[in-house]
Design a protein. Structure first.
Length: 211
């Protein structure tokens, strides 16, 4: 049995994960044990910190601890930033975890932006516009799921493409595809003849099957 590393406890475990359709391996990132702890924490917090509206401020004022989903435990309330928009009056994650999450999100966005600009000649905003023009679907199979790590920018594979200036690369973009369609085109070497031959192969089989 294969192992998987839990994103919460960071331990390699046998496959004791819940099914999750939007991940690459169709399994949740957190193991069942960590998810159970997190849910119990949320439930316990709701029991402790869900007074009626009139006594809400008074209860939150006296609140000594709060559950942090990243630490999977209760921490002193002083470790949390105040947030009027949150029900408890404090942010969901403690200050340390919030800083890490913000840094990771900024770093990921920055890397993604550089990747699109250097490889395809488009910004993240231009990517979003292209995707909206496709009604947020794969341009080939019309799927609304990318079925992989992310949506793929498909481009014409001309000689010397990698050496072109960034602004010249965008005119060779054909569309945004889901992972299976992008991988499939690559396996067929972007050959119309091979794709048409494969389609005819399937049609011939269906014809034989129906007779």
């Amino acid at each position: 049995m294969k192992n998987k590393k839990c994103s919460q406890c960071k331990i390699d475990k046998p496959i004791v994960f819940y099914y999750q359709s939007d991940t690459e391996d169709k399994l949740s990132n957190s193991c069942k044990e960590c998810l159970s702890k997190r849910q119990k924490g949320y439930y316990k917090e709701k029991i402790i910190t869900k007074p009626d509206y009139k006594t809400r401020k008074k209860v939150f004022k006296d609140l000594a601890e709060k559950w942090c989903p990243s630490h999977l435990k209760y921490l002193p309330i002083a470790d949390f930033n105040k947030s009027p928009s949150c029900y408890s009056g404090y942010e969901v994650y403690c200050r340390v975890c919030k800083a890490v999450r913000v840094k990771e999100q900024y770093s990921y966005s920055k890397k993604k932006s550089y990747h699109y600009k250097s490889k395809f000649g488009i910004s993240l905003e231009e990517f979003d516009v292209l995707f909206l023009q496709q009604q947020s679907k794969c341009k080939a199979c019309k799927s609304t799921e990318h079925n992989g790590r992310n949506w793929s920018v498909d481009h014409e594979h001309i000689e010397g493409y990698a050496d072109l200036p960034s602004n010249d690369k965008k005119k060779y973009i054909r569309g945004i595809l889901c992972h299976p369609c992008n991988a499939g085109l690559g396996l067929f070497k972007n050959s119309i003849e091979k794709l048409e031959s494969a389609i005819q192969y399937l049609k011939d089989y269906q014809a034989r099957k129906s007779t």
